[in-house]
Design a protein around this ligand. Structure first.
Ligand code: PEP
Ligand code: MG
Length: 921
């Protein structure tokens, strides 16, 4: 282990921005800001290595670390001319967590540490405000009791209520009938007088004594050790673990712990605290943007209890006019300094920064800077604009956007022309439209989402304990809090619709009371929304509607088009789409698909008229009967293919012949059986008997795929005819077609030579009948381990392979696709798989079969075209593998085409970087 402590202060720092692994994002940012000459309260960071050593030793700090911490405290004392633990010139510190990746609000932080009764009096003398000193002290006790001593905050609520009532009595406010929220509004923290605060402090200490059997620790040194341990412990608290799982953050990283001199934003009206972004994190617009609260501590902004004010005259957040509450209006000099700092930081890091600052009696301090979390829309705009400003290169711009995050851009928003009933307005905290049933608790959100219901989580405000419910919900609505409240930040990170700070609603006891207003802002009445009622959120405008409101498809920005064009210029992998209908084909093409990689023909058989013919075919006793039924299906198939070919003019279209086991098409209930009996003249009894005959124990490994063609070749004959007749027809109309006929689930050369002979025979007949020839390719899916292993012999018969990684994963792992959901979660939790292998390719196992298939296939047929059409074709980390594996294309669902294009470009850039600079001989 290297050094344990990195000091920063007075313009010098041991660490720098590169050392996030060791110092956490917060520690590294503070060190770098100090080096840049930006005003930062001095402090030091205990490294993540110490955290890991602490856990390795069974939660014991490594030897020597305590002495180093004491020495570092000594340096802070001499820098500030104050003493930790002294009443004469008290030095208070904050103890903050901070991991390599930002985990907003998930871990613990303690402010105002270093106080006891005596020191609080000293602080009162130093600051000239007893009210301030006692307020700092009671906040400290509350946080310390909750975080370090394990006495939950809500145990102190009554004591706080009593203090408010005591203060109310002095103010002449009748508080007898007020509930706690009303009381807080009437007597906010700032109105608690010294006497009520002193009584509150005593009560808090009594509660601690009662709950723990020990007095609250008076010794500042003991407080410090307790807090440092608690910060390290918070790395493994439940909510941090959940957050890590969602965001793929390894447990082995550990958290750092930063101990920093306190500065106070609550020393009066010349003080304050806030959060700022160098660009708008929702839209990406280049404007300095943020919120602040006068006379407040940082936790007041994050907790979202008070609704903050905008920073600047133009950045009014909710879109209203500035009422003189902005920082720019109230403290123009401080605002100007902050504005200069943000510009400097963005230029320095060449990245949008999220800043935390505190103003202590007109003096500005920066407490944190980090790369800002942003919506997908903002990410795209920021990357493109920064490249155009020359701050970053086009290649960096491509790498800056998480492909998963652009999903948000591609999804529908509220239909502006649809009738809708406005319920309330709040802040546009995270864009996107979401409709669902109202639920009031995170647990309930999770439970109902688990039953497949869409829910909107409605809370007064959210806290990190709600994270599982936020994940399960479609959208989040909060009554309180600003654009940087917990709800807003977390929802943006998850790409979820969120309306925050919706002050017209109040939430209590399982219902939401909504005050309604007219156009002039006058109250018109009240509506009660109950658990289970439907509402719709528009997170882009901050609007809440009653009921379900229809949505319209996404409209893509110019910046999005530009970024995609840059990505297309660097990627090597082609991107196709899985599409079964002309409509899907058009969507795919609009999203930039360069062909269809998988058209699943079975999806075409489920329409009312078609399923009937299909059932007749399956249940026919003779080949003649089957052919008669197939003849009815032929025109349907042909017209489907015509539509798809027209949409994809000039691009390849891979059509897979019938794949699923036939019993999937059979009647599911008695009514369907009776209907089929009437249509075919076969008795219901006989039909039932035939259905039972077709049932399989394990249909996924049963009579499906090309096995159907070995027993009933006439099915594939009909399909080949429909494809080729349609191809001739569009060719006759002067439209370029490139059909590719694909055989599913093959594993032997013989299966392919038989089906190929059948297709070629049909082709010759069709071409003779139509008097024209159309070029087409014949190929197969690789979905079984044997197919990958025997790829050489399959390549003798195939011009292309498409890896069906859904089935290939199922058959390689021996895990049923349909049953995996029951236990794969536990597998991922236990670390057997890093991710669900049906979502993200098992590169080590299934990936090796892909490579074997590639090598053995290309050895026989060098020009063999290779693609992927399983779900993995739209998954960024799997795409990175397909790029490395040198495949020709991936194919994914239409909405994932842009994601795949961007991921393919990033994979190409990564591959280029891995090859390193080329030798210049
Ligand atoms: C596959 O198995 O990967 C595939 C694309 O086919 P399906 O999902 O239809 O079985
Ligand atoms: Mg398959």
């Amino acid at each position: 282990m290297g050094r344990s402590i990195y000091f920063f202060g007075a313009g010098q720092a041991d660490g720098d921005a590169q050392q996030k692994d060791l110092l956490g994002g917060k520690g590294a940012g503070l060190a770098e800001m100090t080096r840049l000459g930006i005003p930062v309260p001095p402090g030091f960071t205990v490294t993540t290595e110490v955290c890991n050593a602490y856990y390795a030793a069974g939660k014991v700090l490594p030897a020597g670390v305590e002495d180093e911490i004491k020495a570092a405290i000594g340096r802070l004392e001499s820098l500030r001319g104050a003493r930790f633990g002294s009443a004469d010139a008290p030095l208070l510190v904050s103890v903050r967590s901070g991991a390599r990746a930002s985990m907003p609000g998930m871990m613990d932080t303690i402010l105002n540490l270093g106080l006891n009764d005596e020191i609080a009096q000293g602080l009162a003398r130093r600051t000239g405000s007893e009210r301030f000193a006692l307020d700092a002290y009671r906040r400290f006790i509350l946080a310390y009791a909750d975080i370090v001593l394990g006495v939950p905050r809500d145990r102190f609520e009554d004591a706080l209520g009593r203090a408010r009532r005591q203060a109310a009595a002095k103010l002449g406010v009748d508080a007898t009938r007020l509930n706690s929220a009303e009381l807080e509004r009437k007597v906010p923290d700032s109105l608690l007088d010294p006497e009520s605060l002193a009584a509150l402090i005593q009560r808090q200490k009594d509660i601690v004594l009662g709950a723990t059997g020990r007095p609250f620790p008076d010794d500042p040194a003991a407080q410090l050790w307790g807090a440092i341990r608690a910060v390290f412990d918070s790395w493994k608290n439940h909510r941090a673990e959940v957050y890590r799982k969602i965001h793929d953050i390894p447990e082995a990283w550990g958290t750092a712990c930063t101990i920093q001199v306190m500065v106070f934003g609550n020393l009066g009206d010349d003080s304050g605290t806030g959060v700022a972004f160098t660009r708008d994190p929702s839209t990406g617009e280049r404007r300095f943007y943020g919120e602040w609260l006068p006379n407040a501590q940082g936790e007041d902004v994050v907790a979202g209890v008070r609704t903050p004010h905008p920073l600047s005259l133009t950045g009014t957040g909710a879109g209203g006019a500035d009422d003189g509450s902005s920082l720019e209006a109230r403290m123009p000099a401080v605002y100007a300094e902050l504005f200069a700092v943000q510009g400097k930081l963005e230029q320095h890091f060449r990245e949008v920064q999220d800043l935390e600052f505190t103003i202590q009696q007109n003096e500005l301090f920066l407490l944190q800077c980090r790369a800002a979390k942003r919506t997908g829309r903002a990410a795209v705009r920021i990357a493109v604009e920064m490249a155009k400003e020359g701050l970053i290169s086009q290649r960096e711009a491509i790498l800056r956007v998480d492909p998963g995050s652009i999903d948000q851009l591609l999804h529908p928003s509220i239909d502006p022309s649809a009738p809708k009933e406005l319920l309330a307005r709040g802040l546009p905290a995270s864009p996107g439209a979401a409709t669902g049933q109202v639920v009031f608790s995170a647990d309930e959100a999770e439970r109902r989402a688990g039953q497949g219901r869409a829910v909107i989580l409605v809370r007064s405000e959210t806290s990190p304990e709600d994270i599982h419910g936020m994940k399960a919900a479609r959208g989040i609505l909060t009554a309180r809090g600003g654009m940087t409240s917990h709800a807003a930040v977390v929802a943006r990170g998850m790409g979820k619709s969120c309306v925050a700070g919706c002050s017209a609603i109040s939430v209590s006891q399982g219902r939401m009371a909504v005050t309604t207003y007219d156009d002039h802002g006058r109250t018109t009445g009240a509506i009660t929304v109950k658990d289970g009622d439907l509402i719709t959120l528009d997170g882009g405008t901050g609007t809440v509607y009653l009921g379900a409101v229809p949505t319209v498809p996404a409209a893509l920005s110019d910046e999005f088009g530009e970024l995609m064009a840059w990505a297309d210029a660097v990627r090597r992998l082609r991107v196709r789409s899985n599409a079964d209908t002309p409509h899907d084909a058009r969507t795919a093409r609009n999203f930039g698909a360069e062909g269809i990689g998988l058209c699943r023909t079975e999806h075409m058989f489920f329409d009312e008229e078609r399923i009937q013919a299909m059932r007749e075919m399956i249940l026919a006793d003779s080949e003649l009967g089957r052919r008669r039924a197939l003849a009815k299906l032929l025109p349907f198939q042909r017209s489907d293919f015509l539509g798809v070919f027209r949409e994809m003019a000039g691009l390849p279209v891979t059509i897979r012949l019938l794949d699923p086991p036939l019993h999937e098409f059979l009647p599911q209930d008695e009514a369907q059986l009776a209907q089929l009996s009437r249509a075919t003249g076969v008795s219901a009894e006989d039909l039932r008997h035939k259905s039972e005959e077709l049932a399989e124990y394990n249909p996924m490994l049963g009579h499906r795929g090309c096995r159907l063609a070995i027993t009933s070749p006439e099915i594939y004959e009909m399909q080949a005819r429909a494809i080729l007749e349609a191809a001739c027809e569009v060719a006759a109309a002067g439209i370029e077609v490139e059909p590719e006929i694909m055989i599913p689930l093959s594993m032997t050369r013989r299966e392919l030579s038989l089906t190929r002979a059948l297709v070629e025979e049909v082709a010759e007949k069709v071409f003779a009948e139509k008097g024209r020839r159309v070029d087409f390719r014949f190929g197969t899916m690789i979905e079984l381990p044997r197919a990958a292993l025997r790829a050489g012999e399959l390549a003798e018969e195939s011009e292309f392979f498409s890896f069906g990684t859904n089935d290939l994963t199922q058959t390689t792992l021996g895990i049923s696709r349909d049953d995996a959901g029951r236990f794969l979660g536990a597998y991922v939790e236990a670390g057997v798989f890093a991710k669900d292998p049906f979502q993200s390719l098992d590169v080590a196992g299934v990936g090796e079969l892909v490579e074997i298939g590639r090598d053995r296939g290309r050895a026989v047929r060098p020009g063999l075209k290779l693609g992927v059409c399983g779900e993995h074709g739209g998954d960024p980390s799997s795409i990175a593998f397909f790029e490395r594996a040198g495949l020709d294309y991936v194919s994914c669902s239409p909405f994932r085409v842009p994601i795949a294009r961007l991921a393919a470009a990033q994979a190409a850039l990564a591959a280029e970087a891995a090859r390193g600079p080329r030798a210049t001989d």
